[in-house]
Design a protein around this ligand. Structure first.
Ligand SMILES: [Zn+2]
Length: 229
């Protein structure tokens, strides 16, 4: 175990790890620092609790906070966020591939497993699974050095034009409710989707999947990540 790992396990708790993960996710979506309001929203908590936590995390040098700019992860904070994400996604692969869980059942369990601190366990799990690059929802898995190698451009189904054919490679929402919704519509990773047309009125779509036509809402289309063919 590295010295770093040893120090971390004593002063980082689950809640703090979840904050770092949330800030990381929000950072990916914005050019600027992350606002406390957006953190509060994603973690379903009050802005005042977030402010308090930001003080704690900045004392531990895991985030830096600049007025009018927002919150940013320090290198240390980013490492912990990526390690937590790595564990989360590896456990999801394990649950689906080895224990036959369905892809809509694993997120909540992985939320718990991601807090196990053993770096040795994580690396052995990674090797055991054959060093997978993506989790069951199509999200890239950071390697042991915290690097995410995902060269795919993120395109959502809603960005494509009528007539476009694409492959479903990921989902932006891994909640069981959403994934069950997709299953009922025969939408899985690897499925080919052809856009028949967009309805101007509400931007819902008519799509062709496995030879049958169906309608999906704009909200669903926004959460589907596809690779155009
Ligand atoms: Zn997950």
């Amino acid at each position: 175990m590295s010295k770093f790992d040893h120090v971390m396990r004593h002063f980082i708790n689950h809640t703090e790890e979840n904050y770092l993960k949330a800030i990381y996710a929000l950072t990916e979506q914005s050019e600027k620092g992350v606002s406390t309001n957006s953190i509060a929203k994603i973690l379903n908590t009050k802005a005042s609790s977030v402010t308090e936590m930001m003080k704690k995390l900045s004392d531990k040098e895991l985030v830096s906070y600049k007025k009018y700019y927002g919150v940013e992860l320090t290198n240390k904070g980013r490492t912990i966020a990526l390690t937590t994400i790595r564990k989360h996604r590896l456990w999801e692969v394990f649950l689906v591939d080895q224990l036959s869980f369905n892809w809509d059942e694993v997120h909540e369990i992985a939320e718990q497993l991601e807090h196990i601190q053993s770096e040795e366990l994580t690396n052995r799990l990674d090797d055991f699974l054959g060093n997978p690059k993506f989790d069951p929802h199509g999200d890239p898995i950071p390697n042991s050095k915290g690097k995410i190698e995902d060269h795919r451009k993120k395109t959502t189904l809603s960005e494509l034009n009528d007539g476009a054919v694409s492959t479903l490679v990921g989902v932006s929402d891994s909640s069981s409710l959403f994934l069950q919704h997709l299953e009922k519509r025969n939408l899985k990773l690897g499925t080919t989707i052809e856009i028949v047309n967009h309805f101007e009125f509400d931007r819902s779509l008519s799509i062709l999947v496995n030879g049958s036509e169906q309608n999906i809402s704009q909200r669903v289309a926004d959460n589907l990540i596809v690779q155009p063919k």
